[in-house]
Design a protein around this ligand. Structure first.
Ligand SMILES: [Zn+2]
Length: 291
């Protein structure tokens, strides 16, 4: 026994109980800090701070999946802009929620009284032109892509200007403009095209993006088109197109139906149908810029 006490004295460990208390206290403090950090931005636990809804994608244009209530909590799956993809711990609920309905320090997007397109410059790029006629129809109507991309862009320009946007066009008439010369800066860039295939079966609209900063715009516009347009919706897809590759601004290339498909061709030629598509694009842009 004497030997042990001597050993403890030698190693200055006689105060072992107070040493244990001190160590326990440090652990306790660390534990408290860790628990408080659950509310931190980097945390994967998302708490719903007010009643809201889960949607299928990261903006208000996406369809609602179900309501969520204040106090519910979820695991974070991913985030895009101000929207968080969440999943319940049992995996039964999964969807996107606006960050401002959660414990994350994210400010609300929506100010319904604001004109989101005011002071925004939208670049419209009517595909093809002049000697480059683009795709053409298989029917005796012989519709040419270059004609309808320009018509659509001109109609869209008027609608956007009514919303207070400034619109720049890469061409205003039936002239040839190289892809290099179509690289014009603005707040958003929309290249307008029609698809074509040898088979007249293929149909529908597709919104293409290439760079990461173009994806949300593509998804927002596609969701808005899906709501309104009668064309089959082929979704937002990634594709390495030069007009998307060569720009740094949020840009999309929209294939507004197959001119080689007789039904789509009729819709492309129909002013009323074009208007529905154009309103879909305007709505989508308003949603995109409502931040
Ligand atoms: Zn084209």
């Amino acid at each position: 026994m004497k030997k042990i006490i001597a050993w403890l004295e030698k190693h200055n460990l006689l105060n072992l109980p107070s040493l244990i208390i001190a160590i326990s206290f440090v652990f306790f403090v660390i534990l408290i800090i860790a628990l408080l950090n659950v509310n931190d931005k980097d945390s994967n636990n998302i708490y719903v701070t007010e009643n809201a809804e889960l949607r299928t994608g990261p903006s208000p244009v996406y369809p609602e999946l179900n309501k969520v209530h204040q106090g519910q909590n979820f695991n974070k799956v991913s985030e895009q802009g101000k929207w968080i993809q969440v999943e319940s711990s049992n995996g039964k609920e999964k969807g996107w929620i606006a960050g401002w309905h959660t414990n994350l320090n994210i400010k609300s997007d929506a100010n319904p009284n604001k004109k989101p397109l005011k002071k925004k410059t939208i670049v419209l790029d009517p595909g093809h032109g002049g000697s480059d006629e683009g795709a053409s129809s298989n029917t005796n109507k012989k519709s040419k892509e270059k004609t309808y991309t320009l018509k659509t862009a001109k109609e869209l320009k008027k609608l956007l200007e009514k919303k207070g946007a400034t619109v720049t066009m890469t061409r205003n008439s039936d002239t040839y403009v190289s892809l290099d010369d179509r690289n014009i800066k603005g707040d958003a860039y929309i290249s307008i095209h029609n698809d074509a295939l040898k088979s007249d079966k293929a149909n529908g609209s597709t919104v293409y993006w290439f760079k990461q900063n173009q994806q949300t715009l593509a998804q927002t516009l596609n969701a808005s088109l899906q709501k309104k347009a009668l064309l089959t919706n082929k979704g937002a897809r990634q594709q390495n197109y030069q007009v998307l590759r060569q720009t740094d601004i949020p840009a999309v290339l929209i294939e507004m139906g197959y001119i080689s498909n007789p039904t789509d061709e009729n819709m492309i030629k129909d002013r009323l149908h074009r208007q529905i598509v154009e309103r879909g694009i305007v709505d989508g842009l308003e949603t995109y810029f409502s931040g």
